[in-house]
Design a protein around this ligand. Structure first.
Ligand SMILES: Nc1nc2c(ncn2[C@@H]2O[C@H](COP(=O)(O)OP(=O)(O)OP(=O)(O)O)[C@@H](O)[C@H]2O)c(=O)[nH]1
Ligand SMILES: [Mg+2]
Length: 323
């Protein structure tokens, strides 16, 4: 495959080239990994999208929201790409493909591009592939890249670390208790959207929204937020209500961050984060070779049977792996 040619076609906005590139990125073959690396260098710095991470528990309405919100954006003339991080892969067919029916309109929209999560259980691998897919979508001229994740374990952090804006989608709570959203997730959110603010659920949504407005106020002030952010708002994905206001707030926040240097600073910090992650993953991979595994097993036995101390055995093993 001619990578220079592929990247030229991507930069010209060729969708088939984009699809091919993502297939290449998702491949686990060593030669494909090298080519993907070359491609990432070639597209680097092209395009400028707003990357929006969207997280929420199953059933909160992510797919319905993406369909409605994405269609609203394409109606405004914007080009929208939708990607997903789904580490569980227990759900049939990956996260978005399974419910493309919920995104029927968007999946037929010429200004939208929807790509399901690669079926890979290892979160590190999914993270790298999604991050690279974001970059090629950006190079292909998309204005908005939406990255969906179902709120389980580490996947929120992964998505927040590749987004300019991280949005938490919530459903109206039954009682007046907060829905067990972990503090760490709250602290990552740039905006909370309480979905399903319609019909019988409207009153509960209003309560939930004001609970979260209060909770957000109690969090430590972050330098990357202007007055009033992070904020909680109500939307109805189904009734297509509140979506325009949500987008206005997102663009206002992004504008402010650009003007105040926080937009670029966040991307820089993310580049550092992913570099460190890649180094760590690379080191861990070195322990996965048959020789390393055998050496580890032997050393563990020595430690278990009292022939060596954990500290010394570890140091010797690491020295041996270096050489
Ligand atoms: N009343 C109401 N129902 C909604 C709204 N948005 C989504 N729903 C319903 O909530 C259910 C789940 O919606 P989905 O969009 O599939 O939710 P999801 O978060 O993508 O779910 P998973 O893909 O399983 O994680 C569906 O029955 C939707 O019709 C809304 O704004 N109002
Ligand atoms: Mg869904």
């Amino acid at each position: 495959m001619d990578i220079a040619q592929l990247s030229d076609r991507i930069i010209k906005g060729d969708r088939r080239a984009l699809s091919r590139a993502i297939t290449l990125i998702e491949s686990g073959r060593a030669d494909h990994r090298l080519q993907a690396g070359e491609l990432m260098e070639a597209v680097k710095g092209h395009g400028e999208a707003i990357r929006i991470g969207l997280s929420g528990t199953p059933g909160v309405g992510k797919s319905t929201f993406i369909e409605a919100f994405g269609s609203m954006l394409t109606a405004q003339g914007l080009r929208v790409a939708v990607l997903a991080v789904d580490p569980s892969s227990t759900r049939s067919g990956g996260s978005i493909l399974g419910d493309k029916t919920r995104m029927e309109k968007l999946s037929r929209d010429p200004n939208a591009f929807i790509r399901p999560s690669p079926s890979q259980s290892h979160l590190g691998g999914v993270a790298r592939r999604t991050r690279e897919a974001v970059s090629v979508c950006e190079a292909a001229g998309f204005d908005v890249v939406l990255i969906e994740t179902v709120g389980v374990g580490q996947s929120e952090t992964v998505v927040a670390e590749m987004s300019d804006l991280f949005i938490l989608l919530l459903a109206p709570a039954g009682g007046d208790e907060l829905q067990g959203v972990k503090r760490g997730i709250m602290e990552m959110a740039d905006m909370i959207l309480v979905n399903k603010a319609d019909g019988d659920l409207k009153a509960a949504a209003t309560r939930t929204c004001s609970d979260y407005t209060g909770a957000l106020r109690l969090l430590r002030k972050r330098p990357q937020d202007p007055e009033g952010f992070p904020k909680a708002m109500m939307v109805s994905a189904q009734q297509e209500e509140g979506l325009k206001s949500a987008w206005e707030e997102m663009t206002a926040l992004t504008e402010w961050r650009r003007e105040n240097g926080h937009f670029a600073a966040r991307r820089e910090a993310q580049a550092r984060y992913w570099f460190n992650e890649e180094v760590k993953q690379g080191l861990l991979a070195q322990l996965e070779t048959p020789e390393a595994k055998a050496a580890l097993e032997q050393a563990a036995e020595d430690v278990a049977e009292g022939r060596a101390t954990p500290t010394n055995a570890a140091r010797e093993l690491l020295e041996r792996l270096k050489g």
